[in-house]
Each structure stands twice: as structure tokens, then as C-alpha cells.
Design a protein around this ligand. Structure first.
Ligand code: ATR
Length: 288
């Protein structure tokens, strides 16, 4: 890599930041698209987020990704926020504009592209969303935006599911989003659902568990999407396949949220061949 006076800098604000795949993702994109850009990890302390964002702007940083624990907090330090990011209340991408950074949420545009690439339809679908954290809220928003016919949010803590459902129903002036307690999957209408798993259960090193263990549950799913990508096949995915459904992990969601961010920073379109190559590099990196 030739670093010169023209090299643009992008990076990730996260804490911890050590295990991120984003540098591999973006530096491969830069290499393959021929853009003189370098992407590095930044690890601000929680109390220094504001000065980190302001300092990055002063240093002429082109763009930043934002991850745990900063996705909500960072919104205070931006000059503008894209509508869907504002609705969701979380920003994962900062784009340099006149006077400061503008915030976007490419987790949802990334998931939309990931679903498209896997042939997973949203419009008209009945969806079961497991979990009610930040990721679940963004995904429920996307499902409502893209015309899912019903979104059932199932969570261990019913109250958190109820809050998200209410906010999203209000956002779209509808009542398609329905909160349930986790064990209430037994009360769901017998039907065929797209299941999306957003809890941390099943993630490495806790690979022997799924948030629902009952085999009866998996008979409800024609397709399963787990936002976890370590391991490459979670128990949630395995149970779905055993019950006859299709299953995907979250690596494409991670891939495409990065591609969309890169496209925003560089005002470019990344071709599919490059995207496929980046995906292979990410898979290799995970095997290390
Ligand atoms: P994120 O913002 O990344 O989505 P989060 O806000 O910590 O993360 O949310 C984690 C989700 O995983 C929550 O829905 C959580 O359930 P609670 O709201 O009841 O805490 C869910 N979760 C985590 N561990 C769980 C477990 N052992 N069983 C069931 N759900 C679990």
C-alpha cells in the first residue's frame, strides 16, 4: 500500500475494537477499487467520544464507522442525521460534510442488500424477530419499511419488545409489529415465517445454545437469518435446517453495511466482483 500525502483516512470508533473485521473489509475495498484510502481502528474512552469525533473532523478524516458502545451517544456530535438513523436512534456511519459529520445507519441498508443477495424476501412476509436490543430495533424498522405483513418481536424481557413495537408502529402509523414474551412462540398462528435472530445467544464461545431450544419452534420457519457470524453455523441455523428450512449467518449483513458506508464516503458504486472478493477475505480472516 502506498501511503502518500493524498491518502484519505477512515476508521472505526469502538471500544473494545480489537476483534473487528472492518479494517480487512475497507482496506480490501480500497485496494480493489483503486482509491487511495486507509482504514484504521480507533478506541476512544467512553467519556472522550465527543472530542474524538471533533478531533477526527479537524484532522480531515473522511468517514468513520461507529460500533458498540457509541451508536446512540455519537448522535449528539453530528451536524445532521439521515431520517432512518434518526427514527431508529442509532448511527453506525459518519460521513464528512461541510461543518461536521452526518450520521447514517448502514446496518439497515446493509441488511436489505444482504437479504437481496441471499434471495430473502421481506415484502408481504410474516416475520419472527428474536431479541429486543439495538440490532432488533433497526431490523424491525427495516422490516416495517419494506412492507413485511407482520413482525412478531419475541424477547426474554417482554417490556423491551413492547417499547420497540410501539415506537415502530408509531413511526409508520400502523399496528403490524407485535411484542411477545420469548416463550409465547407457542401462541403464534400456525404459519410459515422468516425468523431473524438478534440476541447474543449462540455467539462464540457460547456455541452450544440457541435462544429457543424447542424443535417445535423451528418448524415455523421457512428461513432463518442469524446476525451472528461466529460460528459460521449457529445452533439457531442448525435447528432450522434440521426442521427443513434455509439458514444464513450475519456475515453478509456485516459485509454490506461496510460496502454501503464505503460508497457513501467515496461517492462510488462498488461492483459485485469486488464485493464477492471482500467477502472471501472476511471469511479467510475469520478462519485465522
Ligand atoms: P444489541 O444492542 O447488540 O442488540 P443488547 O441491547 O444487549 O444488544 O440486546 C441483547 C438481546 O439479547 C436482548 O434482547 C436480550 O434479552 P433481554 O432484553 O431480555 O435482556 C437478549 N439476550 C441476551 N442474552 C439472553 C439469554 N441468555 N436468553 C434470552 N435472551 C437473551
Amino acid at each position: 500500500m502506498d501511503i502518500s500525502g493524498r491518502t484519505r483516512v477512515c476508521g472505526l470508533l469502538a471500544n473494545p475494537v480489537e476483534h473487528t473485521l472492518s479494517p480487512v473489509l475497507h482496506n480490501t475495498l480500497a485496494e480493489k477499487t483503486g482509491i487511495n484510502l486507509v482504514y484504521v481502528p480507533f478506541k476512544p474512552e467512553v467519556e472522550n467520544l465527543g472530542t474524538a469525533v471533533e478531533g477526527a473532523y479537524s484532522l480531515n478524516v473522511l468517514g468513520l464507522n461507529v460500533s458498540i458502545p457509541f451508536k446512540q451517544e455519537v448522535m449528539k456530535y453530528l451536524v445532521d442525521i439521515d431520517k432512518s438513523a434518526k427514527d431508529i436512534g442509532a448511527v453506525n456511519t459518519l460521513v464528512r460534510t461541510e461543518g461536521g459529520f452526518k450520521g447514517y445507519n448502514t446496518d439497515i441498508s446493509g441488511l436489505k442488500k444482504a437479504f437481496l443477495s441471499e434471495g430473502i424476501q421481506i415484502k408481504g412476509q410474516k416475520i419472527i424477530l428474536l431479541g429486543a436490543g439495538g440490532a432488533a430495533k433497526a431490523i424491525a424498522y427495516l422490516m416495517a419499511l419494506e412492507g413485511a405483513s407482520k413482525v412478531y418481536i419475541l424477547n426474554r424481557t417482554y417490556g423491551r419488545a413492547a417499547v420497540i413495537a410501539k415506537e415502530i408502529n408509531e413511526c409508520f402509523a400502523m399496528d403490524h409489529v407485535i411484542p411477545l414474551a420469548l416463550e409465547d412462540y407457542r401462541k403464534l398462528p400456525k404459519d410459515s415465517y422468516l425468523g431473524i435472530q438478534t440476541t447474543s445467544v449462540g455467539m462464540h464461545p457460547n456455541v452450544e445454545h440457541a435462544v429457543v431450544e424447542d424443535p417445535e419452534f423451528y418448524k415455523l420457519l421457512h428461513t432463518a437469518y442469524d446476525i451472528i457470524y461466529t460460528p459460521a453455523e449457529t445452533k439457531f441455523m442448525k435447528y432450522t435446517k434440521e426442521a427443513g428450512g434455509r439458514a444464513y449467518n450475519g456475515l453478509k449483513m456485516l459485509l454490506y453495511q461496510g460496502v454501503v458506508a464505503y460508497e457513501l464516503w467515496n461517492q462510488t458504486q462498488v461492483g459485485q466482483e469486488v464485493v464477492d472478493l471482500v467477502y472471501k477475505r472476511m471469511e479467510q480472516e475469520l478462519r485465522k
